[in-house]
Design a protein around this ligand. Structure first.
Ligand SMILES: [Fe+2]
Length: 253
C-alpha cells in the first residue's frame, strides 16, 4: 500500500498541481493532507477546492482563515515579518468564499488509522498542540519524549515546520512531510512524503518536485501581495526581513 502525505500547500496552485501529477505517475493508493492549505500564496480558494475529497486535517492557517481570526498563531519576528504575516492572513480571509471558510472550519485537528497492524497518527503540529507546536530537528529529546509519551500510534506524521524530517523517538517514528507550497529547507522544490506499508513494514522517501515558481511569484505581484512572500518561494528559505528586536530567529511558516 503506497501512501502520499502532502502538507503546507499555502495557496500555491502551481506547486500543488506539480505534486499531484507526480503522485499520479507513481500510482499511489491513497493521499492524505496534513493542513495549511491556505495563507501566503495567491490561490487559496482553488487549492482548497482541488483537495476536497482527500482526507485532510487542519493547520493553524486553515483555522485562522476559517474563523477569520486576527492571528494565525505563527511565531513571527517583530517588525516587517509580523507586518507581512498580517497582510497575508487578511488578504487570504478577504479572498476566500464563505463556502471555503466553512470547509476549513470542518477539518478535524487529528486523524488516526491503522494499516496492516501499523498505527498512524496525523497532526499538523504535535500530538500535544495539534495546530501550533513546531517539532523541528532542534526540538530537544526531553520534549520529544513528552509529546510522544501518550501516543498509541507507531508512526506520527506532521507538517507545520516546512522542514522534512524523520526521527525515531520512544519507539515511534516521527515523519514531517515538508511543504508542498513554501519549502523552508533551502530547496525551493515542492516536497512531499511517500510511504509504503508492506507486510507491516514501513519504508518512506521524501520526494522533491520542481514547479513553476515564476508563475506563482508573478501572481503574487499581480495581486499586490508583499514581495517578501515571493522571495521565500524563490529561495526555498526564510530570511531576515528586517531588524529583529529580540535577536532571536523563529521559524516563519
Ligand atoms: Fe504552514
Amino acid at each position: 500500500m503506497l501512501l502520499a502525505f502532502i502538507s503546507d500547500i499555502h495557496g500555491n496552485l502551481e506547486a500543488l498541481e506539480a505534486v499531484m501529477n507526480d503522485i499520479k505517475e507513481r500510482k499511489v493508493d491513497k493521499i492524505y493532507c496534513l493542513g495549511d492549505l491556505v495563507g501566503y500564496g495567491p490561490n487559496p480558494e482553488e487549492v482548497v477546492r482541488k483537495l476536497i475529497g482527500i482526507p485532510t486535517i487542519a493547520g493553524n492557517y486553515d483555522d485562522g482563515v476559517g474563523y477569520s481570526k486576527s492571528s494565525c498563531g505563527c511565531q513571527y519576528n517583530p517588525g516587517r515579518e509580523t507586518e507581512v504575516g498580517d497582510i497575508s492572513l487578511n488578504w487570504t480571509i478577504e479572498n476566500t468564499s464563505e463556502e471555503i471558510k466553512a470547509h476549513l472550519r470542518s477539518l478535524k485537528h487529528r486523524m488516526e488509522f491503522e494499516l496492516e497492524g501499523v498505527k498512524f497518527l496525523l497532526v499538523h503540529g504535535s500530538p500535544l498542540n495539534e495546530l501550533l507546536e513546531y517539532v523541528t530537528p532542534q526540538t530537544n529529546q526531553e520534549r520529544l519524549l513528552k509529546i510522544t509519551e501518550n501516543v498509541k500510534a507507531d508512526v506520527i506524521i506532521n507538517g507545520h515546520t516546512h522542514l522534512p524530517m524523520a526521527k525515531f523517538v520512544n519507539g515511534k517514528l516521527i515523519l514531517n512531510a515538508g511543504s508542498v507550497g513554501r519549502p523552508k529547507d533551502k530547496d525551493p522544490r515542492s516536497c512531499y512524503l511517500l510511504l509504503n506499508v508492506e507486510k507491516g513494514v514501513v519504508s518512506y522517501e521524501f520526494i522533491r518536485v520542481p514547479y513553476d515558481v515564476k508563475t506563482t511569484c508573478e501572481k503574487m505581484a499581480l495581486y499586490g501581495l508583499p514581495a517578501e512572500l515571493a522571495v521565500v518561494l524563490a529561495l526555498g528559505s526564510s530570511y531576515n526581513m528586517g531588524k529583529v528586536d529580540s535577536g532571536k530567529q523563529f521559524f516563519v511558516v
